[in-house]
Write a protein that binds this ligand. Structure first.
Ligand SMILES: Nc1ncnc2c1ncn2[C@@H]1O[C@H](COP(=O)(O)OP(=O)(O)OP(=O)(O)O)[C@@H](O)[C@H]1O
Ligand SMILES: [Mg+2]
Length: 156
């Protein structure tokens, strides 16, 4: 069983399309970590997925608030850890309590959190190939996430 899925997109619209497809395979609770340099498309993928999961208002990047919650049929959390400097700060914002919620949780800049996360998660790595091209690699750790990768490979 292949535990990876990858796609190269040639425009923001294609990346949005990937976000929509990904959301179709997500079941709550889920943890989705998005890694990539500034401006690679992490927020774009999350916006697309959140709207596909049924949240109809505008999704903005939570850089200044660290955590944003969206209430749809599912509970959705969107975190951006870019401005945090230490694991202690992460624990202070109640990170571990968020992880225990019955929610779909998206995390931008997850590096600081890696030692705190549970065994089942989806890891998305975005690489900038050129101005409009991105290589998106999705890895699944754990049973539920591996299943999602399998379905992405079968259907996309
Ligand atoms: N193929 C592509 N896929 C995704 N985004 C693209 C692509 N080509 C160009 N872009 C542009 O890259 C930018 C991605 O912005 P986005 O806010 O999603 O990045 P980010 O990874 O969340 O950055 P940050 O680390 O600052 O939060 C957008 O301006 C988008 O239009
Ligand atoms: Mg962002």
């Amino acid at each position: 069983m292949d535990n990876n899925y990858s796609i190269t997109t040639d425009s923001p619209a294609e990346t949005i399309n990937f976000g929509h497809k990904l959301a179709g395979f997500i079941k709550s609770p889920a943890l989705i970590l998005l890694k990539g340099a500034l401006g690679t498309g992490k927020t774009l993928i999350i916006k697309a997925a959140v709207s596909e999961l049924g949240y109809k208002d505008e999704v903005t990047s939570p850089t200044f608030s660290i955590v944003q919650e969206y209430k749809a049929d599912l509970e959705i959390l969107h975190m951006d850890l870019y401005r945090l400097d230490s694991r202690e700060e992460l624990i202070e914002i109640g990170f571990e309590d968020y992880l225990n919620r019955e929610a779909v949780i998206f995390i931008e800049w997850p590096e600081l959190a890696l030692s705190l996360i549970p065994a089942d998660f989806i890891f998305i790595d975005i690489e900038k190939i050129s101005d409009n091209q991105r290589k998106i690699t999705v890895r699944g750790e754990g049973k539920q996430s591996s299943l999602l990768i399998e379905r992405l490979n079968q259907e996309c």
